[in-house]
Design a protein around this ligand. Structure first.
Ligand code: ADP
Length: 522
C-alpha cells in the first residue's frame, strides 16, 4: 500500500505540478512515507527507500546521475525515519485533537521529513541541471514537500491511526454533504469556465466548509475535505485552469500553495481547539461526578444514625422470630414454625434492602442515563430519608400528578439532588413541631417539574443571590456544596434549579428535567 501510494502521489506531483524545470511544486510522497513509518514502524523504511528509488528512476532517471539519486533515496529514508522517531519521542497523537499535535506534525515534518528530503532532492537536481542554484531549488523542494505533507499526512494519520470514534449516522451524512459540496465548488472554480474575477473570490468558499467540518464533524472528515479540495485546486492549476493559472505556472502554484497552507492551518487549528474544548468538558464532567460522589458519602455519613436505627428494627425482629422459632421447634409445633420462619425471612429481606439502598447511594453506580418513571425516581430517596423524617416528627407530603411521562436521566444524580434539597428542608425545620415538607411532581409544558417546599424560616433575601455558590453555608458544620453540586447536576441534564420564598413562609426549591418524548404516556 505504501509503495503504491508513494508512487501514485509522486506521479501526480510530476504530471500536475511541475515547474519550468520539471521540479514538482507539491510533493506529497514524503508525507506518505512519514505517516506510514510513524504508524506501522521502522520496518517500512526499506519500502520507503524502494518507492523513492522507483520514483526517481521513473521520473528523473535521465537527468539526475545515479550517485545523486542514491543520495536522494538515502536522505528521504533518513528524513522519514528521523521524523517518525521525533514524533514518537515527543508524544505526538495521530488524532490531532490538541494544538500540540498539529504543531508537532508540521514542525517535525518541516524540519526532518521535508528538510532532509528537500536537501537531497535539491542537491540531486542542482547537480543534474547546471543552470539551477542549490539554494533556489532547496527552497522550492522544501515548500513542495511541506505542502504535500500538510495535505496528505493528516488524512493518513487520522484515518489509519485514529479509528472513527463511534460515528453517528448524522455525522456521516453531514461529512458526506460537506465533502460533496466542497468537491463541487472546487471543481467549478478550477474548471476554467468562470472568469477569474468570479473564480478567485469563490476559491475561498473552501474556508467556511472546512471550518464547519472542523467544528461539527469527526476529524477524519476535515482532513479528507482539505485533501480533496487541495488536490482538485492543485491539479486544475497545474493544468493551467482556474483563478491562479493566469499568473504563470510557477507563481500560480506557489500562490495557490500559500492559500492552501492557510486552509490547512485553519482546519487543523480549529479541529485541535475543538478537541481541546471537548477534552476540558469531559474532565469537568468527571470532576462533577467525583464531587457528587464525595457529596453522597458525606451525606451518608450524616444519615448514618437514622439508618442504623432503621436497620436495628428488622434486626431485633429477626432475633425475636429466631427465638420464637427455636421454642416452637422444642415444643414440636411444626405448623406454627413455618409461619415464624416466613416472618424471619421477610425481616431479613427488609434489612438487606436497607443495606442495599445505602450501598447503592454511596457507590452511586455509573451515572448512566436511563428512562425511568418519575415515581420510581423518587421512591429510593423517600425510603432513604424516611427514618430522618420519622425521628424528627416531620410530615412528608408527596404530590404526584397522575400519568406523568417517563424521563431520561441518570437516576443516581437526580436522587442526589433530591436528597440534598430534602435534607436542607429537614434541617431548616430543626426544632419545629409542625414541620412539613412537600415534594411535588408535575408536568410543565415539555418539562417535568419537581418542587420541594417547607414551612421553615425561608431564606433571608440578602442570601438569595449567592445561595448556589460553592461554600456558601450558614450552618455550623455545613460545607455549602450541596446546592452548588445540585445545580450542576440538574444543568447537566438540561434543566434548571431555582429557589424562592413562599408568601406564607418557608422556602421552595424547584427544578426541571426535560421530557424528551413528551407525548409518551406510561
Ligand atoms: P450546606 O447544607 O452544607 O450548608 P447547601 O449548599 O446545601 O450547603 O446549602 C447552603 C445554605 O442554604 C445552607 O447553609 C442554608 O443556610 C441555606 N438553605 C438551603 N436550603 C434551605 C431551606 N430549605 N431553608 C432555609 N435555608 C436553606
Amino acid at each position: 500500500m505504501l509503495v503504491a501510494l508513494y508512487y501514485a502521489v509522486g506521479l501526480w506531483g510530476f504530471v500536475f505540478t511541475p515547474d519550468a524545470h520539471g521540479i514538482p511544486l507539491v510533493w506529497p510522497a514524503t508525507g506518505v512515507g512519514l505517516a506510514f513509518v510513524y504508524l506501522y514502524g521502522y520496518r517500512l523504511i526499506p519500502a520507503v527507500g524502494f518507492a523513492s528509488a522507483l520514483v526517481a528512476w521513473q521520473f528523473t532517471g535521465d537527468m539526475v546521475p545515479l550517485l545523486e539519486t542514491l543520495g536522494t533515496v538515502t536522505a528521504t529514508m533518513a528524513g522519514v525515519a528521523l521524523g517518525a522517531y521525533a514524533l514518537h519521542r515527543l508524544g505526538f497523537s495521530p488524532r490531532l485533537e490538541r494544538l500540540r499535535d498539529v504543531g508537532l506534525l508540521l514542525s517535525v515534518g518541516a524540519l526532518t521529513g521535508s528538510g532532509l528530503a528537500a536537501t537531497a532532492g535539491a542537491w540531486g537536481i542542482a547537480v543534474g541541471m547546471d543552470e539551477l542554484s542549490f539554494t533556489d531549488t532547496w527552497w522550492l523542494c522544501w515548500m513542495a514537500d511541506l505542502m504535500g505533507l500538510a495535505l496528505v499526512a493528516p488524512v493518513l494519520m487520522t484515518w489509519l491511526g485514529a479509528p472513527l470514534a463511534r460515528p453517528t449516522d448524522r455525522a456521516y451524512l453531514k461529512g458526506f454533504l460537506l465533502i460533496a459540496s466542497l468537491i463541487s465548488v472546487t471543481a467549478v472554480v478550477y474548471s476554467g469556465f468562470l472568469p477569474a474575477g468570479v473564480a478567485m473570490p469563490l476559491s475561498y468558499a473552501a474556508f467556511p466548509l472546512v471550518m464547519l467540518a472542523a467544528l461539527r464533524c469527526p476529524v477524519q472528515v476535515t482532513t479528507t475535505l482539505m485533501l480533496a479540495g487541495g488536490g482538485i485546486a492543485l491539479s486544475g492549476t497545474g493544468w493551467g485552469l482556474g483563478p491562479f493559472a493566469e499568473l504563470g505556472l510557477d507563481t500560480s502554484l506557489l500562490s495557490l500553495n500559500a492559500q492552501l497552507a492557510l486552509l490547512v492551518l485553519t482546519g487543523l487549528v480549529l479541529t485541535a481547539l475543538r478537541g481541546e474544548r471537548e477534552a476540558a468538558e469531559t474532565r469537568a464532567r468527571r470532576h462533577l461526578d467525583q464531587l457528587a460522589r464525595a457529596g453522597r458519602l458525606s451525606t451518608l455519613g450524616e444519615l448514618s444514625a437514622g439508618l442504623a436505627h432503621e436497620l436495628n428494627q428488622p434486626l431485633c425482629a429477626l432475633a425475636s422470630y429466631a427465638q420464637a422459632s427455636k421454642r416452637l421447634l422444642e415444643r414440636g409445633r411444626m405448623d406454627e414454625l413455618g409461619e415464624a420462619l416466613s416472618q424471619l425471612d421477610a425481616g431479613a429481606h427488609r434489612a438487606a434492602e436497607t443495606v442495599r439502598q445505602m450501598r447503592a447511594f454511596a457507590a452511586g453506580q455509573a451515572p448512566e442515563r436511563r428512562t425511568i418513571r418519575p415515581d420510581a425516581l423518587v421512591r429510593p430517596v423517600l425510603d432513604l430519608l424516611r427514618p430522618e423524617f420519622r425521628s424528627r416528627h416531620l410530615r412528608l407530603e408527596l404530590k404526584v400528578e397522575p400519568h406523568l411521562p417517563a424521563v431520561t436521566v441518570a437516576p443516581v444524580q437526580i436522587e442526589q439532588v433530591l436528597v440534598n434539597l430534602l435534607r436542607n428542608a429537614i434541617e431548616a425545620l430543626e426544632g419545629r413541631r409542625d414541620g412539613r415538607v412537600e415534594l411535588g411532581l408535575q408536568r410543565e409544558a415539555d418539562h417535568l417539574q419537581l418542587h420541594i417546599r417547607d414551612n421553615g424560616p425561608g431564606i433571608p433575601p440578602y442570601r438569595l443571590a449567592g445561595l448556589f455558590d460553592p461554600f456558601s453555608t450558614w450552618k455550623e458544620n455545613g460545607l455549602g456544596l450541596g446546592l452548588s453540586i445540585s445545580r450542576s447536576l440538574v444543568e447537566a441534564h438540561g434543566g434548571c434549579l431555582t429557589v424562592s420564598n413562599m408568601p406564607e413562609g418557608g422556602a421552595e426549591f424547584r427544578f426541571t428535567l426535560p421530557l424528551e418524548h413528551s407525548d409518551a404516556r406510561p
